[in-house]
Every structure is written in structure tokens, then in C-alpha cells.
Design a protein around this ligand. Structure first.
Ligand code: IMP
Ligand code: MG
Length: 206
């Protein structure tokens, strides 16, 4: 009887372990991101943009852009907001280098200071593509704000004007970013951890 109960407990434990959602290791937590957004907005406002148009690159930047735009409002700026939906052709989680416009901006960018907002700068191809496009359409200036920058991964020369955080060379999710359409809803940035025994990749946020 006791043996049977023990076997059942082990079976229950195994079932839970196999069906549990993968653990997400928090890399940048909500409070850390919120604080950084305020300072980024102050840096942007200090550069005194004129007739500012924020262009958020969908989909990954939607949460960052929403928070950054409200932080910009708190600095006294009154940006207009636009969206461009770009897609880098992916091979698994690796960018192949081609960028397609899935949805274009509607506003005329001629003569305007544009702030391009994206989630993550890796090869730099997505942001470079968008920046070149908006400059070619006659924007007065195009500055770039990215939440995360992965150093050492650049395929093209681009230096973002405003960077939230430097990111380790791991595939991150949350705060708008996905893997296979999941995890965008998370209010923090993290790493999907399928192996609880794997070593820590970075220091814990404060
Ligand atoms: P790029 O290589 O700089 O052109 O980045 C392309 C796009 O890939 C970014 O805008 C992100 O949407 C996506 N991306 C790159 N690295 C990651 C990641 O670690 N997690 C989720 N999306 C990523
Ligand atoms: Mg993106």
C-alpha cells in the first residue's frame, strides 16, 4: 500500500515536471525597465526634437513604445505616433538579412524629426532599413531608440542614439518580444529556460 502510494506520488511529480510551462529567467524586471524609460525620455527631450514623429517598429516594440511615449509626454514633449510593421526573414531565430514592409507609415515624414523605436538591435539590418527609408522620404532627422542592444552582432554599421540596456547574446522574450508568437505579454524581459539546471547567464537584476 505504502509502495503503491509512493509510486503514485512519483508519477504525479513526473507528470507535473513534464507539463509545466518553461521557466522564464528574468533579465530586466518591470521596475528596472520603467526607471530606464524615464531617463531615456529625458535624454531624448534634452536633444530638443522639433515637430517630433515617433515611428514604432511592429510588432516587437509595441510595449516599449507605449511606455516610452508616455514617458516623453511627462517630459513635456507632444510627439505624434506612427507605426511601421517590418519583418526580417528568419531562419529559426536567426535573421537572414532581408527586410520586408508589411505595413507602412501613413504620415508624411518630410522635414520632421523622427524617432524610430525598436525592441532590439542585433544585426542592425531592421533599424538601418527603416532609417534609410525615412531619410529617403525626406525626414529632417531620424534618431533611433532601442530597448536592447546586443553588442558584437552587427552586420551593418549603425550606432543607436538611445539604448535602454546592453543585452547578453541570448534569445530574449517578453515586454513585446516573442518566440513563435508567445511571451509578448510578459511585463519584463527574460530568457526561456527549458533546463532548470543550466547555469546563470547573467547577474540577477538589482
Ligand atoms: P536585427 O538583426 O537588428 O535586424 O533585428 C531583427 C529583429 O529580430 C529585431 O527587431 C527583433 O524583433 C528580432 N530579434 C532579434 N533578437 C531577438 C531576441 O533575442 N528575441 C526576440 N526577437 C529578437
Ligand atoms: Mg523587431
Amino acid at each position: 500500500m505504502v509502495v503503491k502510494r509512493k509510486a503514485q506520488t512519483l508519477l504525479d511529480f513526473w507528470t507535473i515536471a513534464m507539463t509545466a510551462a518553461p521557466r522564464i529567467r528574468v533579465l530586466f524586471d518591470e521596475g528596472t525597465i520603467a526607471k530606464r524609460n524615464e531617463t531615456l525620455a529625458q535624454e531624448i527631450a534634452a536633444d530638443k526634437p522639433q515637430n517630433l514623429l515617433v515611428v514604432a517598429v511592429l510588432k516587437g516594440s509595441f510595449m516599449f513604445a507605449a511606455d516610452l511615449i508616455r514617458a516623453l509626454h511627462r517630459t513635456g514633449l507632444a510627439p505624434q505616433v506612427e507605426f511601421v510593421h517590418l519583418s526580417s526573414y528568419l531562419d529559426g531565430t536567426i535573421s537572414t538579412g532581408n527586410v520586408a514592409i508589411l505595413r507602412d507609415v501613413e504620415s508624411d515624414v518630410r522635414g520632421r524629426d523622427v524617432l524610430l523605436v525598436d525592441d532590439i538591435l542585433e544585426s542592425g539590418r531592421t533599424v538601418t532599413f527603416a532609417k534609410d527609408l525615412l531619410m529617403a522620404r525626406g525626414a529632417k532627422s531620424v534618431k533611433t531608440a532601442v530597448l536592447l542592444e546586443k553588442p558584437g552582432k552587427r552586420a551593418v554599421q549603425i550606432h543607436p542614439d538611445y539604448v535602454g540596456f546592453t543585452c547578453p547574446d541570448v534569445f530574449v522574450v517578453g515586454y513585446g518580444m516573442d518566440v513563435a508568437h508567445s511571451y509578448r505579454q510578459l511585463p519584463y524581459v527574460g530568457v526561456v529556460d527549458h533546463h532548470d539546471s543550466s547555469p546563470d547567464l547573467f547577474d540577477k537584476p538589482e
